[in-house]
Design a protein around this ligand. Structure first.
Ligand SMILES: NC(=O)c1ccc[n+]([C@@H]2O[C@H](COP(=O)([O-])OP(=O)(O)OC[C@H]3O[C@@H](n4cnc5c(N)ncnc54)[C@H](OP(=O)(O)O)[C@@H]3O)[C@@H](O)[C@H]2O)c1
Length: 329
């Protein structure tokens, strides 16, 4: 008994040290390096682009709406480190014709220089139980989250491998670790991105190209506000059990983790514990991280079961409330 308690305390201690280490900001500069961010006209993507501009990068942002792109680019330019930096935007539907995506990326790379970092951040969620999701909602989520990311990455991967350096960020979600009520299709696309990132990491490892799987928690962005519009009560109450982060916090952490070469990028202790407990066959970045995963997975499984039972209770009470007007949350 004493030995068990001691080992739990030691494990918690290791976890806290690792968590703090992840948040220790290192000073990097991206002076003259080309960073391209899809979804860079809004939310998390825009904040990543701003952070990159602050440390000297030449930044290209990609999205569909030209007005939003132009106004975001002004905000990004305003935060630049020096006046030699270059800025550009591309208006392209990443889920559309692959040849158009490839051609516009090639033009931007010719103009702005070889890519040092490519950040996939275009994505969206439409909440609702499966029977409430229309076929067009389903296709929109699959196209925006999966197809856009796969096509955009395909358009740059060969050049990056050929250059022999660089970093690619795939923005998934903590919903790629756990399916949540009201987010079945969204979770499916984000689980898919995790598989994509793991496989890609094996393909690029020997070419000097690092892959980072970004797993944002709930983040206060225009996309999140949109997602809240049709959110079932169950999904809303489950997300209320976790903290809402700002896009600035999430964006700067993703950029930092990508620069540090981490495979997983999360914000907050809960997110970090999920990366430890759900590591599976994912690549590890440091031996300390690996040791932590090896020793903490068992105990964290108990924590996840506690959360699962809490979510089940929320869902059951919402059903009771609907059926009998008898909510007891
Ligand atoms: N916010 C959260 O709570 C949260 C949590 C977990 C994960 N995430 C993920 O983080 C990423 C960013 O989320 P966010 O909340 O910051 O989103 P957001 O504010 O809605 O921004 C989405 C961006 O993607 C662009 N976009 C969408 N579809 C596109 C397409 N087909 N082609 C090109 N660009 C496209 C949008 O511009 P246009 O519409 O003009 O094209 C916009 O710039 C997404 O992948 C999201 O799933 C967010």
């Amino acid at each position: 008994m004493f030995a068990t308690i001691t080992s739990i305390i030691i494990l918690l201690f290791i976890l806290i040290i690792l968590f703090k280490q992840k948040f220790k900001a290192k000073q990097f500069n991206l002076l003259g390096c080309h960073v391209m961010v899809t979804g860079g006209s809004s939310g998390i993507g825009k904040c990543i682009a701003i952070e990159a501009a602050k440390i000297g990068a030449n930044v290209t942002i990609v999205a569909r709406n030209k007005n939003k792109l132009q106004s975001a680019l002004e905000n990004i330019k305003a935060q630049c480190l020096n006046h030699n930096q270059k800025f550009n935007y591309l208006s392209v539907d990443l889920a559309g014709d692959y040849d158009i995506v490839k051609k516009s990326f090639d033009n931007a790379i010719r103009e702005m220089g070889p890519l040092y970092m490519f950040v996939n951040c275009a994505g969206m969620a439409i909440c609702g139980t499966l029977e409430c999701n229309s076929s067009s909602d389903i296709m929109q989520m699959i196209n925006t989250n999966l197809i856009s990311t796969i096509q955009a990455t395909k358009a740059v991967i060969n050049d990056m491998k050929h250059n022999g350096y660089g970093s690619i960020v795939i923005t998934s979600s903590l919903a790629s670790f756990c399916g949540i009520f009201g987010l079945s299709v969204y979770s499916a696309t984000k689980f898919g991105l995790r598989g994509f990132a793991e496989a890609l990491s094996m393909e690029t490892k020997n070419y000097g190209v690092k892959i980072t799987l970004a797993l944002p928690p709930d983040t206060d962005t225009p996309g999140y506000a949109n997602e809240n519009k049709g959110k079932p009560l169950e999904t809303f109450l489950i997300s209320e059990t976790a903290k809402l982060f700002t896009p600035e916090e999430v964006g700067s952490k993703i950029l930092q983790d990508a620069l540090d070469g981490h495979f997983f990028s999360t914000v907050g202790l809960e997110g970090y514990l999920m990366t430890v407990s759900c590591a599976g066959m994912a690549p590890y970045t440091t031996y300390l991280e690996l040791i932590c995963q090896v020793f903490c997975t068992g105990i964290l499984r108990l924590v996840s079961v506690y959360y699962l039972s809490m979510f089940d209770k929320i869902i059951k009470n919402c059903k009771l409330d609907r059926d009998f007007g008898n909510r007891n949350l």
